[in-house]
Design a binder for this molecule. Structure first.
Ligand code: CO
Length: 136
């Protein structure tokens, strides 16, 4: 059995692919009252964060059609793109997922939009959901 994590796994953010940040931002910010959180661009997408307690909604608008979000929008249309969990031990969690047969998109963690290390798991081995892991 792996050692029990020191901190519980939580939702870090939910990534939503959108055609236009400007068009949907008033819904979350003004109607739902979620404060805007400045975030850098990442993976060819402009990102606007909105706080829901400890978690964020990240609105992802592609800057290029050939970016991951651009391809997702072309194929599936706007909608939930991925869910990000923050885990106590990112490297250990990735190693356990790999050992258990899950497909990793990122074999090695890289820097995400929030300035923390992240890694994606392939949806083929996670019930169709693109999962991003990050650390505290
Ligand atoms: Co993300």
């Amino acid at each position: 059995m792996p050692a029990a994590p020191l901190r519980e796994t939580r939702i870090a953010h939910i990534g939503i692919a959108v055609d236009s940040l400007e068009a949907i931002l008033p819904f979350y910010r003004d109607l739902l009252g979620m404060p805007e959180v400045p975030l850098g661009d990442s993976d060819g997408a402009r990102i606007t964060g909105l706080a829901a307690g400890d978690a964020l909604v990240e609105l992802l608008q592609p800057e290029r059609a050939d970016s991951p979000i651009g391809k997702f929008l072309a194929k599936r249309g706007p909608g939930i793109h991925h869910i990000c969990f923050k885990v106590d031990d990112l490297d250990g969690t990735l190693a356990r997922c790999l050992d258990a047969g899950h497909r990793l998109i990122d074999q090695v963690p890289r820097l995400g939009a929030e300035g923390k290390r992240i890694a994606f798991l392939h949806p083929a081995s996670t019930a169709g959901v693109l999962i991003e892991l990050t650390e505290y």
